[in-house]
Design a protein around this ligand. Sequence first.
Ligand SMILES: [Zn+2]
Ligand SMILES: [Zn+2]
Length: 234
Amino acid sequence: MGEIVPGVHLVDGTNANSYISIDDDGIMTVVDGTISPKPTPIINYIERELKTDVKGVKLLVITHCHVDHTRGVRWLKELTGANIAIHGDDADYLSGIKAYPYPRGAMGLLFRLSSPFMRSRPVKPDLKLSDGDLVGQLKVIHLPGHTPGSIALHDEKRKVLFVGDALRYNGKELRESPGMFSYDPNLSKTSLKKLIGVDFRVLLPGHGQPMVSSDAPAIVKEFIQGLNIDTNSR
Ligand SMILES: [Zn+2]
Ligand SMILES: [Zn+2]
């Protein structure tokens, strides 16, 4: 995919999506790692497409603790020495201090059975984020639900919004993250309301494709307002 808007890149061949954001001083931030322990696509992209040194990466910001977003982070940290930043409510899962709470029901059982194969090596975060914090030039919006510490990141200057797994976009329509993967699907819907009123023209989801449109905030608002939120469940 490459450069989406000046200074913001989607790296091909990762799963989930990894983004690179380069600020005006040339400092690189990577948003989310790869599902593979070795984040080769990110390293290749920086060296071959951006033609620069991976040591220019100073921040590794993680939208939430799921392995498809975090596995490559440890390797990137060792390679670059960059600071790892994650919301405080997901930090202990990343560092392995706490075991991640599995979803309830059949999906939870599946997770439990597959977990020995899906485990990632723990890595200690350097920065524990809270709602409203600035990390580099990205502002943290806490969206608990998909995981307790899920966040979106808003680049106010470039009008870019990284949403992690809070929303996905397939090029045609928006979706929520599948409820079966979420810690609290209903809270996830409620949290999305915090995105109404945020000023952006580029929506960057953790899975699927970027949405680049001046209508993006209106499209997102309409989608969120159409969600069926069960107010009795909490
Ligand atoms: Zn996830
Ligand atoms: Zn994901």
